[in-house]
Design a protein around this ligand. Structure first.
Ligand code: ADP
Length: 439
């Protein structure tokens, strides 16, 4: 088992695509880390650099404090589980799992012990004599995991391993993988574009966008305290509501309509430097209380009106979409109210769950970080398609330190050989691949 450390790791592909920027993280032994972000944000590139399938352009990568930048994939003691887990169709489950060990000339008794142990963890013991085609999609995915487990690698890397399974199986396999991780205890890095997978599986999540880490935190930290507008909008379904407006006389005036939202004393204190300026008021759909809910009275001072648009019925839950002024708003409520399109309803914000963001920098405004941001980062491409990162001083530059002191309250929470080239290539060629993908 192992710790993994990346320090300012960058990837610039031939042709100048700067796919990963200054990726730094300290992963402890036994952690289950999930890289999540939209397609193209650099998740797989980072994972492949860790596996040794892609060269690190610059930066440092350590396993157990040993620099691994130039170690060959087979010397990294990493196992990688891919999205298309090509099993050998002509081999039994037992032999599929034993194969890599046989190649490594592990003694027969040892192979048997490891395969049976992995099969027990994976609940595959009854299927050891079956061929892959006689297994369900979830069982096949477990065999693919089994092939990695028997090798006892220091680190598991998983690249969207569930995306070929149907929705129901995916949910079942999510908890299976978490259970298996708890039993095996190996440090795991898991890549997905699915924020629900990230939330349900990770001990810590790394949210990425455009090659940059946006936030590293536990699922609860990224959900409750998103570091910026992107994270706030990406994590959580339906997404967080964002109201753009200005602070005037200690009251938040939503732009484009005459809605005003009172602030609590704590919020006024936090935001007092924003008086006369704009910011983004964020609140999750479940923290908007419908006027017929008994809790409404308590939060009435923080209420606003919305015009109801479409209503999504999700069984126990209603997602009521609507607008206040120009702003789109979604309210999540129990399915016990009669509301219809065109109604004008009142909703109140649970103030403890309101989140605020700087409009220019998009960063969260917190007691520790409330200033107008001092720099604005822009990205562009020059004529050779090389990414240029520019940092400009913001218009509202302020002494962040001075403001930090003013709000010095509590501390913010911190934050087959790897299927080496040959083996990965070899596996991808097995005829099973397409056949095995679907249930
Ligand atoms: P993700 O896994 O988050 O979907 P990737 O890591 O695959 O993203 O890709 C990150 C960025 O790098 C994308 O813009 C992608 O087009 C680019 N990229 C990936 N592989 C290569 C490559 N071999 N050559 C050039 N650009 C690449």
């Amino acid at each position: 088992m192992a710790s993994v450390k990346l320090i300012n790791v960058n990837k610039v592909y031939d042709g100048g695509v700067h796919a990963v920027h200054d990726f730094s993280i300290d992963i402890k032994d036994r952690e289950f880390i999930v890289f999540v972000g939209p397609s193209g944000c650099g998740k797989s590139t980072t994972l492949r650099m860790i596996a040794g399938l892609e060269e690190i352009s610059y930066g440092e990568f350590y396993i157990d404090d040993v620099l691994m930048n130039s170690a060959a994939p087979k010397d990294r003691d990493i196992a990688m589980v891919f999205q298309s887990y090509a099993l050998y169709p002509q081999m039994t489950v037992y032999n599929n799992m034993a194969y890599a060990l046989k190649l490594r000339k592990v003694p027969k008794e040892e192979i048997d012990r490891r395969v049976r142990e992995a099969a027990a963890i994976l609940k595959l013991t009854p299927y050891l004599d079956r061929k892959p085609r006689a297994l369900s999609g979830g069982q096949r995915q477990r065999v693919a995991l089994g092939r990695s487990i028997v090798r006892r690698p220091k680190v598991f890397l998983m690249d969207e391993p569930l995306s070929n399974l149907d929705a129901k199986l995916r949910v079942a396999m999510r908890s299976e993988i978490v259970r298996i991780h708890e039993e095996v205890g190996a440090t795991t890095i898991y890549v997905t574009h699915d924020q629900i997978e990230a939330m349900t599986m990770a001990s810590r999540i790394v949210v990425m966008k455009d090659g940059f880490i946006q936030q590293i935190g536990t699922p609860n930290e990224v959900y409750q305290h998103p570091a910026n507008l992107f994270v706030a909008g990406f994590i959580g379904t339906p997404a967080m509501n964002f109201l753009y407006g200005d602070l005037s006389g200690g009251v938040f005036a939503v732009r484009g309509c005459d809605q005003k939202i009172a602030l609590t004393d704590d919020q006024r204190e936090l935001l007092k430097d924003y008086e006369g300026h704009g910011f983004v008021y964020g609140v999750r759909p479940e923290n908007l209380i419908y006027e017929k809910d008994e809790r409404f009275e308590k939060y009435k001072a923080n209420s606003f009106e919305m015009k109801v648009g479409i209503i999504e019925l999700l069984g126990d839950i209603l997602n009521v979409h609507g607008k206040t002024g120009d702003a789109d708003v979604i309210v999540k409520m129990p399915n016990k109210y009669v509301i219809k399109e065109g109604d004008v309803i009142k909703v109140a914000i649970e103030p403890g769950y309101a989140r605020f963001f700087n409009e220019t920098t998009t960063k969260a405004i917190t007691p520790e970080y409330c200033a107008y941001e001092e720099v604005e980062v822009t990205q562009s491409l020059d004529e050779d398609n090389v990414t240029i990162i520019e940092q400009k001083k913001g218009v509202f530059a302020r002494a962040a330190e001075a403001i930090k002191k003013k709000f010095a309250k509590k501390e913010k929470p911190a934050e087959e050989k790897p299927e080496g080239e040959e083996e990965a290539a070899q596996e991808a060629e097995t005829p099973e691949e397409t056949e095995e993908k679907t249930e």
